[in-house]
Write a protein that binds this ligand. Sequence first.
Ligand code: PXP
Length: 240
Amino acid sequence: MRLCINIDHVATIREARGGIEPDPVIAATICELAGADGIVCHLREDRRHIKDRDVYLLKEVVKTKLDLEMALTDEMVKIACELKPDMVTIVPEKREELTTEGGLDISSVEEKLAEEIDRLKENSIKVSIFIEPEPRFVDKSLEVGADMIEIHTGKYSNIREYKDRVIELEKIRQTAKIAKELGLGVNAGHGLNYLNVLPIANMEDIDELSIGHSIISHAIFTGLDSAVREMLTIIRRVRP
Ligand code: PXP
């Protein structure tokens, strides 16, 4: 099981003062040295945390894998094709949201999505689509040419009732299984933390987790190196 760290919130703290620290590029290096398998950052249309300068420096510095999270806009596709990250994850984006709120409604953008995925793949960039845990979105992801899906675990993370959690976990498991059988790479993320990650990490059809907020939050108390290593210890206990 691979662990990729989303470093957006290092940039969020920097932007609280609009200065130069903490630098998400330095954070990326610390995450990699602690054993992370990749670095994720979301260049949002409003540039509220990660800036263009960050993504270009991350491309130079990241040695493992750089995953650029982005909305399906002409501007972002252009930046991705210039930058050439190892992969992009296409997410829906609303200006007013605090964080990505759900998976992409593929049907509403199917034609553009297929065209832009072609462009990205022509530039040797692998493409993942952030989806809700429903098999119909796996079929659609395959149809539009994605290499991977990322299953949204946000709903699972927010559920308090045990029986509802079990139902949501089963949806995630089934979606991962179907995607894997169809030959897609399977990632998962959103809202995962030190307490809720285990059942997801335990799913054999999931290849990679994308975790940000909980690790960056924990790092305030423990340091980033420890925060990454602690998460790796939990995940690797069940999926070496
Ligand atoms: N995956 C996607 C597609 C996301 O948008 C985010 C949040 O930026 C994450 C994973 C990481 O979520 P969290 O910060 O809650 O760990």
